[in-house]
Design a protein around this ligand. Structure first.
Ligand SMILES: Cc1cc2nc3c(=O)[nH]c(=O)nc-3n(C[C@H](O)[C@H](O)[C@H](O)COP(=O)(O)O)c2cc1C
Ligand code: SF4
Length: 683
């Protein structure tokens, strides 16, 4: 352990970092009123307590009012940020973790209809595809005030006692000056590379004047935009050298690619199924050529790869950001020789996609992340051991079993199938989503270590459950695809699970009707399209895949944008009937006018695949209700504040009965796991 490259200290100018692991900056959208308050602090302190070397807080903390928060960023342009950042920093310092913050102006990467409704500003009028605002082109007086804004924000962080800052320069205002694609100014801030870098060095000089030498300043920047006409790797190397030679910065934090589109962002921060550590060698090249402290992170999910990154000298500090969202205690587990207990990041990017759709970043399979003030990462032992029977070994059932096991209860899981995993196992049938099995495998390993008994091929009947004389029964039986749709002809269709599981082979001319807008439809579509079949994906919604967020959609589009696939939003499957060797699907629309009522469109195909979502499968729950003490009732107030459930409806009932996950109502993996954690942590 003592020789582990990851655990060696790193001297960054005057600052001693106790090990080589860092969280790169990421805005999890936890601020309250733009400030990093109790939750934000608790999130970082949890990782600091476990031994993280450096935490780069925030992500895109805004230095100016015309950089309004698009994902609930910290407002670094307000003086009130100082005491909040001081509290966070002091709390992390207590555990020996260095604290820095990423400061930025988003430039065009924002919207004008947020915050104070000021126009977005950029060195060109060109719109960024992701955020859609057409910016105002920056003027001389903008540049003057922006330089001051950066320096003011840096001074606030210095006053708050942070160890340093980094400036963001990939996709934001700073590198919008650098890139010929986003800078249409003429001199002195447009034109050749020197001119395009002028703004950056003026900002850096202004910052240094305020914070002095004994404060770390770095830049997180793209070393190659990988876009025709954009910054090249050669430009990136030149910029790296100039940053070093300026004497104004203390470290480089290297990124490769561009983030102005969803696909671009996904290549920079790869999702599951994409290669691991795709930009590590590139960062290593810069480190080697420029010979300057270099940080990097991009899909380094496992300790072995992180160790290699440091041992090979490619970088000085290695980012494991999402990995620390999935498991905050990585460093402690490395130090204690418990690496195999690390909860793996499965690259689902639920965390990232959520900051745009839904608010706070949550980890798909660690429901305590982002809820540190209410949910424990370490489950305490219960005062009293109880006998817990769990029916179903999908994500909800296994999380319930794991948490009950951590509580010290005697746990039995009854699973109808021959394997654990439920819908996650089905999802992981797609090669690209195989990493999802980490959610199941990690829980199975934990359950085994905790002595949880899992019985497979058991279709639980009431007698089986009663025979266990349980104190608590948790029904986590999930659901199955709705079977009664479309209203006419549902016996002629197949569903997405049939395709995903391989039970039904794709047809040659296929209509996939997606009423749920979730992964099952897109995964089935991928399988069908790959056979070369003619595929029409139809949805009644105004956009397809409404439940699949931005980065998650990227790999689907990459495999579905082909000549044999068409998308038809705003149309609804009305009925299916057989017509000789073909199927005849009648199509209507919710938008059809009253007098029209029916669009009378039709499709002649040989297969209709439907995706109407999940119907809960919970017969056993209803059969057990009369035997239970609480009649299955959950006191929501107790659940939310985290006090034990104490409902009594039948005094003679022998056990408490609960139902979690899709067995209650169709939701998603995170919801199923959160259901389990918050119920069972108080049992
Ligand atoms: C929720 C979330 C928000 C992020 N926000 C930022 C940000 O504001 N600025 C930034 O430079 N990177 C941001 N990132 C990117 C991370 O710093 C990191 O580059 C990325 O997650 C890849 O590293 P990883 O594979 O170790 O997670 C964010 C990442 C996540 C997960
Ligand atoms: S949501 Fe997925 S990508 Fe994000 S931290 Fe969790 S496992 Fe990793």
């Amino acid at each position: 352990m003592a020789n582990d490259p990851l655990l060696q200290p790193f001297q960054l100018k005057h600052l001693s970092l106790k090990n080589r692991l860092m969280m790169t900056s990421h805005e999890p959208a936890y601020p309250e009123d733009g400030m990093p308050k109790a939750l934000y602090r608790a999130y970082h302190v949890e990782r600091a307590k476990a031994g993280l070397g450096l935490t780069m807080t925030a992500g895109s903390a805004a230095v100016a009012k015309d950089s309004p928060p698009v994902f609930n960023n910290i407002l670094a342009y307000k003086d009130e940020v100082v005491p909040w950042m001081r509290e966070l920093t002091d709390a992390c310092h207590e555990h020996g973790t260095a604290v820095m913050i990423q400061l930025t102006h988003l430039g065009r990467r924002t919207r004008w209809d947020k915050g104070d409704w000021l126009p977005a500003v950029s060195p060109s009028h060109r719109r960024e595809a992701s955020h859609r605002a057409f910016p105002k082109q920056v003027e001389d007086w903008d540049i003057e005030r922006l330089i001051k804004d950066y320096a003011d924000a840096a001074e606030r962080m210095h006053a708050a006692g942070l160890d340093g800052i980094e400036l963001q320069a990939y996709g934001h205002l700073m590198d919008q000056f650098w890139s010929p694609l986003t800078n249409t100014l003429e001199g002195p801030y447009g034109g050749d590379l020197d001119n395009r870098l002028r703004f950056t060095f003026e900002v850096l000089r202004a910052i240094r004047q305020r914070v002095g030498e004994a404060f770390i300043v770095g830049v997180r920047y793209t070393g190659d935009e990988m876009l025709p006409g954009g910054l090249t790797a050669g430009d990136g190397m030149a910029i790296s050298r100039r940053l070093k030679d300026s004497g104004l910065v203390d470290f480089l934090n290297v990124v490769r690619g561009h983030i102005d589109t969803d696909p671009g962002l996904t290549d920079v921060i790869p999702i599951q199924g994409m290669p691991s550590a795709p930009h590590l060698d590139f960062a290593g090249e810069i480190r080697r050529e420029v010979d300057f402290p270099t940080f990097h992170g991009a899909k380094i999910q496992d300790v072995a790869t992180a160790r290699y990154a440091i041992a090979s000298g490619k970088v000085d500090m290695i980012g494991m950001t999402r990995a620390h969202m999935a498991d905050p205690h990585i460093v402690r587990k490395i130090m204690e020789g418990r690496e195999e207990e690390i909860r793996p990041c499965v690259g689902a990017n639920y965390c990232l996609d959520r900051i745009y759709q839904g608010g706070a970043a949550y980890c798909i399979h660690n429901a305590a992340t982002g809820r540190e003030t209410t949910m424990p990462h370490t489950i305490p032992k219960a005062a009293q051991t109880r006998r817990v029977v769990i029916i179903g070994a999908g994500p909800a059932g296994l999380e319930a079993a794991r948490v009950a096991g951590e509580r010290g209860h005697a746990v039995v899981v009854l699973e109808a199938a021959s394997d654990a995993g439920g819908q996650v196992r089905l999802t992981a049938q797609s090669e690209r989503r195989r990493e999802m099995m980490g959610i199941i495998d990690w829980r199975l390993a934990r359950c085994e270590a905790l002595g949880v008994e899992i019985r497979y091929n058991v279709w639980a009947e009431v007698e089986d459950v009663l025979a266990e004389t349980p104190d608590v029964v948790i029904v986590a039986t999930g659901g199955y695809p709705a079977e009664d749709q479309p209203p006419v002809g549902h016996d002629l269709v197949v569903n997405t699970w049939d395709i995903l599981s391989g039970h039904v082979a794709p047809g040659k001319r296929v209509l996939l009707f997606d009423d749920a807008g979730d992964h099952a439809a897109m995964q089935a579509a991928e399988i069908i399209a790959a056979t070369g079949a003619q595929l029409e994906i139809m949805t009644p919604d105004r956009t397809f895949s409404a439940e699949i967020m931005a980065m998650n959609l990227v790999p689907y589009m990459r495999s579905l944008q082909r000549p044999n696939v068409t998308f038809t939003p705003t149309y609804r499957l009305k009925s299916v009937q057989r017509d000789g060797s073909e199927l005849l699907a009648k199509i209507t629309s919710d938008y059809a006018s009253q007098d029209q009522l029916d669009l009378d469109q039709e499709r002649r195909i040989d297969q209709v695949v439907v995706n109407y979502g999940i119907t809960p499968m919970a017969d056993i729950y209803f059969e057990l209700k009369p035997h239970s003490r609480n009649g299955g009732e959950v006191n929501y107030d107790d659940l939310i504040v985290g006090t034990p459930q104490a409902v009594i409806r039948h005094v003679d009932g022998g056990f408490q009965l609960f139902r979690i996950g899709d067995a209650v109502a169709s939701r998603n993996t995170h919801a199923a796991i959160y259901d389990a954690l918050r119920l069972v942590k108080d049992l």
